[in-house]
Ligand binder design. Structure first.
Ligand code: SF4
Length: 599
């Protein structure tokens, strides 16, 4: 067993080079499902494989936004391997067993988060049984568990940049330009009981510019995984490189929008502003959905954000009087209102269980978060993940709970603390967290309806903008409103009629939209709305009966030839990626260079 520690880049121990090099046959797999159930392997019904329903809209019933996201890390690894590689995403246990019984592999890579440690252990056992000659590599957040090597039977535990690690392990040049996988931002989207149709023009491409974040907030597992404070890994160093790959994705996928999966995209200011120049020069009316800290956002003018196509932002609000440097001197209420007035939808993220929270002041903390009226609000328990400064502090204070006190499967931020809180008695945090979600719903209404008001506000402001590129982007943003989204508001107005304040708010949204979109909207909203009213009621009943969602299994290969199959069975699809322009190199583990922004 070798553990390859990382400070932004996974360091490779000298012996960790596979003898077959790029001829090694590789299987990459995510952990097995089903996920939204309670079982002995650590699946939990409150921890489904759904980003939004898991931690953002979980109490919003039929209005909850249901959607799955692929295991982007595995897809990135596969696209950047010369070795023949298959990727099995969201297998069942039986499907995983079938795969390793039927095919010969030299390397099996498993990616997981910490709550799935028991699944990783089980999968390692199965690989040893069916593929005794295979090298087992484990990566992802689970690699941060300090004693992982004692708990799972893996040959290598890779922390940090797995692309670089695998390239070296398989005899490739590790500095080759990154090939970007083709990844749709989400799939299986559903709300109000309706499966939302897949339309490429309105579905975003996932874009992976960098990983990690140099700000290094004490609780941030992703920042810690790629080196922590002051460090990150750039896959695309310059605005030119990023623009190049975005053009290629646009062409290959027919998209107009990008879900920018970068922990703090706007912090890389020089790259973002160069991207803006190129978008302007080439007339790209793209929309970007980004993650950004408040201090990074504030370093741009609103004109720059709008011209860059920032359409949706996920921002950490953390907590009232937060000590986090990224929030110093920021009036987050004002910032959110300003963004919304320019049509930028906001997902605010708040922490329940900061050290200063008590049963007496938690309602004030929740009201503070809710008063931002963001379109979406994530609430997470203050959770020490291994590798983070928070984990180190609580460990030194002897405050961490042992695995005999809490199962790792329950440490996902939506159920229980993993430490003894200074003020909140053990077990009370679950209700406090739910209280926050419920209060947000009660005050602000269903998220998917909040989005409509901000989208219309943006369109009103920019529909006649002299820059045609900007006006075109807002026209694209609003294209669905008159046809479909207003029907959701119409139905929501009826479902929520008992709440006169929310009903009045939705009435105002409808009046405003009718005034903007005229007869078409007036006619369509009640027609679509009646159907959604019926389907949302039916959905509510299904959910009350315990209905859950599971993602399908994906099976993809990076080579067309079936190189290593022993028996007939499912054929993998060919994975797709875009090549970068030749001659450009990647940068790994760049020291942060954003000066005043990173604290
Ligand atoms: S700013 Fe956000 S992404 Fe960066 S370290 Fe803090 S929580 Fe993590």
């Amino acid at each position: 067993m070798a553990t390859c520690t990382a400070t932004g880049v996974a360091e490779l121990d000298a012996c960790a080079v596979h003898p077959l090099g790029s001829k090694a046959r590789v299987l990459l797999s995510s952990v097995f499902g089903p996920y939204a159930q309670d079982d002995q392997y650590g699946s939990r019904s409150i921890n489904p494989m759904e980003l939004y329903h898991n931690q953002v809209t979980r109490v919003q019933g039929a209005f909850s936004l249901r959607m799955f996201h692929r295991s982007w890390g595995l897809m990135l690894l596969q696209a950047n391997m010369d070795a023949p590689c298959r990727c099995l995403d969201f297998p069942t246990l039986d499907r995983f067993i079938e795969e390793i019984r039927r095919n010969r592999y030299d390397v099996v890579g498993i990616g997981a988060i910490i709550p799935n440690i028991l699944k990783v252990r089980k999968m390692c056992e199965l690989v040893r049984r069916y593929q005794p000659a295979a090298t087992i590599v484990v990566g992802g957040h689970v690699a941060g568990v300090p004693d992982l090597q004692e708990r799972v039977d893996a040959d290598h535990v890779v922390r940090g940049d797995g692309v670089r690690w695998f390239r070296r392990f398989l005899g490739q040049a590790e500095d080759e330009p990154i090939r970007h996988p083709i990844i749709w931002s989400g799939f299986g989207r559903r709300t109000m009981g309706v499966n939302l149709p897949f339309r490429r023009r309105f579905t975003a491409a996932t874009l992976l510019p960098s990983v990690g974040c140099p700000i290094g907030c004490d609780f941030c597992a992703t920042s810690a995984m790629f080196g922590g404070k002051g460090r990150f890994v750039n896959f695309y160093e310059t605005g030119d490189e990023l623009f190049d790959v975005m053009c290629r994705l646009e062409k290959a996928m027919g998209v107009q929008s990008f879900f920018v999966m970068d922990e703090n995209f706007l912090l890389h200011r020089r790259r973002a502003l160069r991207l803006l120049e190129l978008m302007e020069e080439h007339g790209k009316p793209w929309a970007l959905y980004v993650f950004s800290s408040a201090n990074a956002l504030r370093s741009y003018t609103m004109e720059q954000l709008v011209a860059l196509g920032v359409s949706w932002v996920w921002m950490g609000l953390e907590g009232k009087d937060s000590r986090y440097g990224k929030l110093h001197n920021t009036d987050t209420h004002r910032l959110v209102r300003r963004l919304q007035s320019h049509g930028i939808r906001v997902l605010g993220s708040s922490i329940i269980g900061l050290d200063e929270h008590t049963p007496e002041n938690i309602d004030e903390a929740i009201d503070y978060a809710v008063s931002h009226s963001t379109e979406f609000h994530q609430f997470m328990l203050y959770t020490p993940s291994p590798g983070t400064p928070l984990y180190a502090r609580l460990d030194s204070q002897g405050a961490l709970l042992g695995t005999d006190e809490i199962s790792e499967a329950d440490v996902h931020g939506q159920y229980r603390f993993a430490h003894r809180h200074p003020h909140i008695p053990r077990g009370e945090e679950t209700e406090l967290l739910l209280r926050a979600f419920r209060r947000d719903l009660e005050v602000n209404g269903p998220s998917i309806l909040r989005v409509v008001a901000t989208t219309v506000a943006g369109w009103k402001r920019y529909k006649d903008h002299p820059n045609r590129r900007i006006a075109a982007r807002f026209a694209w943003e609003v294209a669905d409103v008159a046809a479909g989204s207003l029907g959701g508001v119409w139905a929501g107005r009826r479902l929520l009629r008992a709440d006169s304040r929310l009903a009045a708010r939705l009435d105002a949204v409808l009046r405003d939209a009718y005034a903007q979109f005229g007869l078409k909207a007036r006619l369509l909203a009640p027609i679509v709305g009646r159907f959604l009213l019926w389907s949302a009621r039916r959905e509510a009943k299904r959910l009350a009966r315990g209905w859950t969602y599971e993602p399908p299994t994906f099976y993809e290969s990076n080579v067309e030839l079936d190189l290593h199959t022993d028996a007939p069975g499912p054929k993998p699809k060919l994975c797709r990626f875009v090549e970068p322009t030749a001659g450009r190199s990647r940068t790994a583990a760049s020291p942060q260079r954003s000066g005043a922004l990173a604290r």
